[in-house]
Design a protein around this ligand. Structure first.
Ligand SMILES: [Zn+2]
Length: 337
């Protein structure tokens, strides 16, 4: 329904013929006050339409009102459009959505996979956004929001499975790595390692992202801000002291049983024990699950200082790993391939 039937029309070279034919004597530039029923159905004149379903009032061109009206024989606003579509579908096809009918679904599938449909869709998007919708900021925003939402829901329902972390995928990944490079771990393939180092140097000015001061500060700040206030910082120090104490007790045993290889990049580093303790290459003890992670997650200190959680790596890798866990560290390094 249209709220106000009276409408002011500006006579232009485009519509003068139409109104002259209707019996109005008018000149270009003149404004005619007309009843809406007299106005051309294609007119861009703004009117106030009333939604038949919710009585919402909407300003829109008369031409658009007519297109909407002709779909189902009444006007409905955007908000009510899905209801209207269902209603029209029931009248037309006997179902509220065409996907409930196999034949229509087939037709729709064929149409949507046609070149004509693709071209039409691309043109519409370019007209509306100036580029493809997937290239807009809006799209990127929406997609990351909706993915985050889906993951959150799945995590809450305990149905979340990170595709990459599925055991079968991990196996596939390792197999593919082995076939291509003769090694399962990218860290141990010289050409990949070189590439990682090169990219990291370009991006971070350091062989690893964790060597970059900015990133170190960011990681520390995000962990500190989100999980730890000053009071708990003291508790953390106590927690860490306990782990250090227990680790010291088994330190000699760990070194005695050690095969001499760096746990993370598999370099033979036993000879580096002759270097000064502060040398970047000096072998050092690392907790695979970090003290910080253990503290945040209330793990017993004895779990962290357990011999199974201890490995030996070069001092520099240990520093880079910082608060991270073994997996996070390896994953992050792989990420910069
Ligand atoms: Zn409505």
């Amino acid at each position: 329904m249209i709220k106000n039937n009276e409408c002011v029309v500006l006579i232009t070279s485009g519509n003068i013929k139409y109104y002259s034919k209707k019996g109005y004597s008018c000149i270009i530039g003149e404004k005619l006050s007309l009843d809406i029923s007299e106005v051309s159905k294609m007119s861009h004149n703004l009117i106030i339409a009333i939604c038949k379903l919710c009585n919402n009032e909407v300003n829109l061109p008369y031409s658009k009102y007519n297109i909407n009206y002709n779909r189902g024989g009444f006007y409905s606003c955007k908000k009510c459009s899905s209801y209207k579509r269902k209603k029209t579908n029931i009248i037309k096809y006997g179902v509220d959505t065409i996907f409930k009918r196999d034949d229509l679904r087939e037709i729709s599938k064929k149409w949507m996979s046609s070149i004509e449909f693709r071209e039409k869709s691309i043109n519409t998007q370019k007209e509306k956004y100036g580029c493809l919708y997937t290239e807009t900021e809006d799209f990127r925003d929406n997609i990351s929001k909706s993915i985050k939402k889906i993951i959150k829901e799945k995590k809450e329902n305990n149905t979340y499975e990170c595709y990459l972390s599925l055991p079968e995928n991990d196996k596939l990944k390792k197999e593919a790595m082995f076939v291509k490079y003769g090694n399962e771990c990218s860290f141990l393939v010289p050409e990949i390692k070189e590439k990682i180092i090169k990219t990291n140097l370009e991006r971070f000015g350091h062989i690893s992202p964790f060597g970059n001061n900015e990133i170190q500060v960011k990681i520390k700040n995000s962990i500190n801000r989100s999980k730890v206030d000053l009071g708990t910082l003291d508790l953390f120090k106590v927690y860490r002291r306990k782990i250090r104490y227990h680790t010291k007790l088994i330190r000699n045993k760990v070194f005695e049983e050690w095969d001499g290889y760096d746990y993370y990049d598999n370099e033979y580093i036993k000879d580096y024990l002759n270097l000064h303790r502060t040398d970047n290459k000096y072998p050092s003890i690392d907790h695979k699950i970090s003290c910080f992670y253990g503290f945040l997650n209330n793990l017993p200190t004895t779990d962290i200082s357990d011999i199974s959680n201890i490995c030996i790596t070069k001092r520099i890798l240990n520093c880079q790993k910082g608060y991270l866990n073994e997996n996070q560290f390896i994953e992050l390094n792989n990420m910069f391939l």
